[in-house]
Design a protein around this ligand. Structure first.
Ligand code: C2E
Ligand code: MG
Ligand code: MG
Ligand code: MG
Length: 283
């Protein structure tokens, strides 16, 4: 009986794997078609100056308007894009779209809004990446200083090609941010020696503020380190007034989270045309 059970379990896994493979193949074909049919869209989440509560920038976040399954998030796009190699094409589309949108906002509202774009490892390692970024900036007319690229800690390895690309990007004039800081294993020395401008403290740490003393200690340590290395800081996942109150008085602190706004479509970022300072409040 045990043998039967074993066989049945195996058969179950086998069929599940086939199902997954089929699902993956279907989705990657759909994704390629979706890219061609303009089904990909960006939503934007405001980044707020902790003191003045003014919107200084936005982060562009990828969404897929799937004809059958509705609006899908990055978890249902990025892994498929990574595996199928579509990630470079999609990532470059994201850069183009985000730069064009930021330039449009600057023209329409006269506000110097910055845009942050997430970059995956494979995209960063793709040949001529810095040139592509420079090209997209020129096409859109967005000055380089208004584009920020977010990379994760694991991408910051002591690897010559990557280090060269980061320096090339700095040459182009865009700024580099370490996303989800504290969750990976970054070499702190690299952070000091590489042209990194900003750390985004992962929301896992912000979550425990101000009640969890471990999280408070960790956030304080990250703030102290950033301060002494001259790095700017953004707190991710700010959801409560208490979190805002704790972070408000830190110099240059920027906040991002549902307390201020969820990610929203581009046309909802500015509620009123004449008032650039008023951003969409969804909470
Ligand atoms: P991320 O770059 O850390 O982006 C922040 C994520 O946290 C977003 O999820 C956002 O909706 C969510 N978030 C923001 N504020 C709050 C909050 O107050 N509470 C909570 N619980 N969540 C909050 P999203 O849009 O699902 O994106 C997930 C991840 O997918 C991003 O994490 C980023 O790593 C990746 N991603 C998104 N767009 C792109 C892209 O264009 N290219 C690449 N390579 N990755 C992307
Ligand atoms: Mg990010
Ligand atoms: Mg993040
Ligand atoms: Mg995160």
């Amino acid at each position: 009986a045990a043998k039967d059970r074993g066989r049945r379990t195996y058969a179950f896994y086998e069929s599940e794997m086939t199902e997954n493979a089929t699902h993956y193949m279907t989705r990657s074909l759909e994704l390629r078609r979706g890219l061609e049919n303009n089904e990909l869209v960006l939503h934007y989440q405001p980044q707020i100056d902790a003191k003045t509560e003014q919107m200084i920038g936005v982060e562009a976040l990828l969404r897929w308007n799937h004809p059958k399954h509705g609006l899908l998030g990055p978890m249902e796009i990025i892994p498929i894009a990574e595996q199928s190699g579509l990630i470079v094409e999609i990532g470059n589309w994201v850069i183009r779209e985000a730069c064009t949108q930021a330039r449009t906002w600057q023209d329409e509202f006269g506000e110097k809004i910055r845009v942050a774009v997430n970059v995956s490892a494979r995209q960063m390692q793709s040949s001529g990446f810095a040139d592509t970024v420079q090209h997209e900036l020129a096409l859109s007319g967005l000055p380089a200083e208004f584009l920020e690229l977010e990379v994760t800690e694991s991408m910051i390895q002591d690897e010559d090609a990557m280090i060269q690309t980061l320096h090339d990007l700095r040459e182009v004039g865009v700024s580099l941010t370490i996303d989800d800081f504290g969750t990976g294993y970054s070499c702190l020395r690299s952070i000091k020696s590489l042209p990194i401008k900003r750390l985004k403290i992962d929301r896992a740490f912000i979550k425990g503020i101000p009640d969890n003393s471990d999280d408070v200690a960790l956030v304080d340590a990250m703030l102290a380190m950033a301060g002494s290395l001259g790095l700017q800081v953004t707190a991710e996942g700010v959801e409560t007034r208490q979190q805002h109150a704790y972070l408000r008085n830190i110099d240059g602190m920027e906040l991002q989270g549902f307390l201020f706004s969820k990610p929203v479509p581009a046309d909802e970022i500015f509620v009123r045309k004449d008032s650039a300072a008023k951003f969409h409040k969804s909470v």
